[in-house]
Structure formats: C-alpha cells, structure tokens
Design a protein around this ligand. Structure first.
Ligand code: SF4
Length: 237
C-alpha cells in the first residue's frame, strides 16, 4: 500500500481545494437536524440529487419526528419510492422518528453512540450529522472519499475505517471541519470513478495516482460545482 501523505503534503492538498471552494457544503437539502438525519439515511446507495427530488415535497409537510410518525410508513413510501431500498429506508425513518420522540425529546442526539443506536444509522450517517448539523470535526468515508483517499494516497486504506483513521491523522486541524466535503466534492466532480479529470485537477502535482489521465472530455475547464456551491436550504431547529 502507498505511503500516506505527510502533514505538510496534506496541508498543501487542502489549501488548494479550499482556494477553489472556501466553504464546501453538503448537496443534500435539509431544514433542520432532523430533516438532515432523514436525508442522510435515505441517501445510502443513492445520489443526493435523487434524495433531494424525493424530500423536497416531503419536507414541505414533514419536518419533525412527530409529523413523520403521523404520516406513517405507507404514505412515506409514496414520497420516497424513487430511491433505492425505499421499503427498508421507510421502516427505518419511522422507527428512528419513534426513537427520537420516545428517548430524545424529539431532538437529534449529539453523540455518536446515541446516533448509532438509532435504526438505520451507522457510523457514516452519524459522522455526517455530527459534522453538518453540529459542527464536529468528523470525516464520513463514502465511496468518493474512499476512492480519493486511496488514489491520491493521502490516506490509503483497505476499508472505510482505515481511510477514516488515516485522514484523522493527516488532515491539518484548520481543514478538519470541511475536509469531508472537500473530499466528497473532489471525488464527485473531478476525481470521478471511471475517468478522473487529472488535467484540470488542482491537486494533480501532489496526487500519486499512477494512471493519471491526459485529456478531459469536458468542454468546461473546471467542474461547475467547484466554481460556486449553492448553500443548502437550511433553517435552524
Ligand atoms: S490527479 Fe487525477 S487521480 Fe489524482 S486526485 Fe486529481 S483527478 Fe484524482
């Protein structure tokens, strides 16, 4: 396995990503910590775009656990049936809403242990909620971050936990809060799975990927999302 980045190399890596997009944000639409939690649960093995399409009409009427319980599983399915694994996800969303009402005064808990005890919530979802809703310096390793971590060698690992541990070690403190979103957006729009856009990549000189591409088929010289990222539709709890 490749040698991970040094702190100095990681600092330069994030300095370049932050220069392009100083305050990266999640692309999931949400209104408060509860709707964020629901959106993240729905996003497992689905694109943020498909989740937003389903949650936009849903969150107009349902933005608290009580309202979700009142809606019920059958009606929830009608909203989310375009998202993969919708039956299981609907069950989990209703069950986690009940757990919030019964055990957490209808609020989203702020600790990893309490979050991971909720139905349908694993380490990745807990990390996203802790980071986005509560400003904790967590890094949720999804498929994009796993790929970028290994390809660039910033934090190589055989599984998401190893990549997360590697990133925790190497990401400089001043970049830790936003590292998660810089890496996701970089993987989603530049270091894409099939043909990475190496010629327009801002971290090209630091990246140790052996098969960097030489041409980019995009007409645009830089990924649209990295030129200006719209803030999420968010309001406080
Ligand atoms: S140079 Fe290519 S492989 Fe390396 S991070 Fe950039 S896009 Fe990914």
């Amino acid at each position: 396995m490749a040698r991970p980045f040094t702190k100095k190399e990681a600092e330069e890596f994030f300095a370049r990503l932050s220069a392009v997009n100083p305050i990266p944000q999640t692309e999931l639409e949400f209104l408060n910590p509860y709707t964020l939690l629901v959106a993240v649960v729905l996003s497992a093995q689905a694109t943020d775009k498909s989740v937003n399409k389903a949650t936009e009409p849903l969150f107009e009427f349902v933005d608290t656990p009580q309202k979700m319980i009142a809606l019920g599983e059958t009606k929830l399915i009608e909203y989310i049936r375009t998202i993969g694994l919708y039956r299981t996800k609907a069950k989990n969303v209703i069950a986690l809403s009940r757990a919030l009402v019964e055990n957490h005064e209808s609020k989203v808990p702020r600790t990893r242990e309490e979050l991971e005890a909720l139905p349908g919530v694993g380490r990745k979802t807990a990390n996203v909620v802790l980071n986005v809703a509560f400003g904790e310096k967590t890094i949720a390793v999804d498929t994009h971050i796993f790929r970028v971590g290994n390809r660039t060698a910033i934090a190589p690992g055989k599984n998401p936990r190893e990549v997360e541990a590697g990133l925790e070690k190497v990401v400089p403190d001043q970049y830790h809060l936003h590292a998660h979103h810089w890496l996701i957006l970089h993987g989603r729009y530049t270091c894409v799975a099939r043909t990475p856009k190496c010629p327009v990549c801002v971290v090209r000189e630091l990246c140790r990927y052996k098969d960097k591409t030489r041409e980019v088929d995009d007409k645009e010289s830089r990924p649209k999302k990295l030129r200006g990222h719209a803030p999420s539709r968010r309001r406080d709890n």
